[in-house]
Design a protein around this ligand. Structure first.
Ligand code: MAN
Length: 558
């Protein structure tokens, strides 16, 4: 709208005062009313030394360097950073030329009051979004008439606002639950650390004992008299020898019997052949060799035949060939004495001593032998390490060492975990490893909290890692929030960085920036591939609700 034209329309009348709101000129919000109280002069807000007659307020001519004399017109709109003709923020000497007012104040009765940029005042367009009462077009430039729609807009807004508030309160409640869950999980880690520390302490003490045990067992082993493994006293040795010998004979008997049976069969076969031969040969044929053979056979057949293995004899042999363990003929175990001590072998004096004294002597003699070996007087036993005691001591030590190592590793892992950044109030601890998904195009996208992001092909189910969680960060965004509220809005937002995903052909390793905004439930709203293999996920979650509020408050304070 032309400046002169506006001047004509506005005239002095533009200075109309809204009686219901108290005496303040058009376009002035209540928080600035005090600057406009005088009825004769007006002092520019940022430069009070510049004083104007009251008639200059809203006369559609920009007098004050900060535009404060034109709260209800667009005369000073050129000072706004939104204006293409901005001269604002350009200091003229000491004078501040930044707009002193946030905009044109729309009272919006029945809805929320708000400020409209000065550039929008009397521009011939109804700005119902900010000025539902239509007062921004009070001059009716070009015949435009903006009806007051605050009643309906306010009603709709209140309905939505109620939903928003309900949703925000649910989200805040959910966040509280997450924080409480996270606190329990943290406590569990702390308890684990405490338990592990106690276990480790006990194991360290135990280890020292076991090391000493092993050293002593090895020391004793070095001092042992070397004996044939398994040997005991003389009687025991004799029993062992007899047992072995009998076993040898038993096996030989079975073998001889089997050979006898075979020979018996062959003799019967041969006798059958010769019997037939004698019956069938031709005596008229004068063959001296044949006649001699027949005579020999007749002599053989006439002799008393020895009995080779009649049934009774065979039964006896069967009995004899049975092992002692089966027949119980000799109970060898009863003849085998427990292993004798080294002292038994060295000296037999203990046989005459009472048991406790004998043990004492035994120990002393062992110690003496060890001492002699350690001082090079006696040669050590060559089979150190083979005794049951050493083996057991070594196994016990190894088991405790392994357990200690494992416990120390676990302790470190838990301690590191407590140091990790899980976001404000540790909240992401409660979400860790949970995943959410969204279908988009040819893929299903997956976000696992503090885990990885993935692209899953709908065609072949192939999974491509788009990044592994690295850090919690924050980014500044400036997005419109869609009517369903599933958008980032504007301000500082918590962001999770996922890097080092699968390598992209002819490109970088895949990475994802996950930007979070407050929502009632965890939901993947939008996935974009900003550059080749560089992804961005916009995600709603209650986990950041208070954080969003805090960030916003901080921003406002700044
Ligand atoms: C796959 C997907 C895409 C990516 C290309 C790069 O098709 O991971 O997101 O752009 O590989 O070759």
């Amino acid at each position: 709208m032309g400046r002169l034209e506006a001047l004509l329309i506005v005239g002095f009348a533009a200075c109309f005062i809204n009686a219901a709101e108290g005496p303040r000129p058009r376009g002035v919000g209540p928080e600035f009313a005090r600057f406009y109280e005088s009825t004769d002069t007006f002092s520019c807000i940022s430069s009070p030394s510049i004083q104007l007659p009251i008639s200059h307020v809203n006369d559609d001519f920009c007098d004050c360097p900060d535009g404060s004399d034109e709260p209800g017109t667009s005369a000073c709109a050129h000072l706004s950073s939104l204006s293409p003709y901005t001269v604002g923020a350009v200091p003229i000497g000491d004078v501040n030329t930044t707009l002193a007012l946030p905009g044109y104040y729309c009272k919006n009765k029945g809805h929320q009051p708000s400020y409209v940029p000065f550039t929008n005042v009397n521009d011939g367009v109804c700005d119902y979004q900010l000025c539902c009462d239509g007062s921004d077009e009070w001059a009716k430039v070009g015949g435009i008439k903006c009806d007051d729609r605050c009643k309906e807009i306010g009603k709709e807004w209140r309905k939505l606002d109620e939903q928003r508030q309900k949703s925000a309160s649910n989200a805040a409640k959910r966040r509280k639950e997450l924080v409480a869950q996270a606190a329990i999980l943290r406590q569990e880690v702390e308890v684990k650390i405490h338990t592990l520390e106690t276990e480790i302490q006990a194991e360290e003490i135990k280890l020292k004992g076991l090391e000493a045990n092993l050293a002593e067992a090895e020391r004793q082993q070095r001092g042992k008299v070397v004996k044939r493994p398994g040997s005991g006293g003389k009687l025991s040795m004799l029993a062992q020898l007899a047992r072995d010998r009998i076993e040898e004979l038993r096996e030989a008997l079975i073998e001889v019997r089997s050979q006898r049976d075979m020979s018996k069969g062959r003799i019967a076969e041969l006798e059958g052949i010769l019997t037939t031969f004698k019956e069938e040969y031709n005596p008229n044929f004068n063959d001296e060799g044949v006649k001699r053979a027949v005579r020999g056979w007749e002599d053989y057949a006439a002799r008393d035949k020895p009995t080779i293995g009649d049934e009774a004899h065979d039964r006896d042999l069967d009995e004899i060939a049975k092992p002692d363990s089966e027949t119980g003929a000799i109970k060898w175990n009863e003849w085998e004495e427990p292993e004798e001590s080294d002292v038994d072998v060295l000296y037999k004096i203990e046989a005459y001593l009472p048991a406790p004294f004998r043990d004492w002597i035994d120990k002393k003699l062992r110690d003496l032998r060890v001492l002699l070996i350690e001082n090079g007087v006696l040669a050590p036993s060559s089979d150190v390490g083979s005794s049951k005691e050493v083996e057991e001591a070594r196994n016990a030590l190894k088991a405790t060492e392994d357990s200690l190592k494992n416990n120390r590793n676990q302790l470190n892992t838990h301690k590191e975990d407590l140091e990790k950044n899980y976001g404000a109030d540790d909240v992401f601890r409660a979400l860790k490893d949970q995943c959410i998904t969204k279908d988009s195009g040819e893929y299903t996208y997956e976000l696992c909290w503090l885990g990885s992001t993935k692209q899953i092909s709908k065609k072949n189910n192939g999974r491509t890692t788009m990044g592994n969680f690295v850090s919690i960060d924050s980014v500044t965004v400036d997005d419109e929030v869609p009517p369903d509220g599933k958008g980032l809005g504007s301000g500082v937002r918590v962001a999770l960085r996922y890097e080092n995903g699968q390598h992209c052909w002819n490109g970088p390793n895949r990475s994802t920036l996950v930007v979070l905004a407050c929502a009632e439930t965890d939901e993947l709203w939008k996935i974009t591939e900003e550059e080749k293999c560089v992804y961005r996920m916009e995600v709603g979650t209650p986990a950041v609700c208070e954080v969003a509020e805090k960030a916003q408050t901080l921003k406002d304070e700044l």
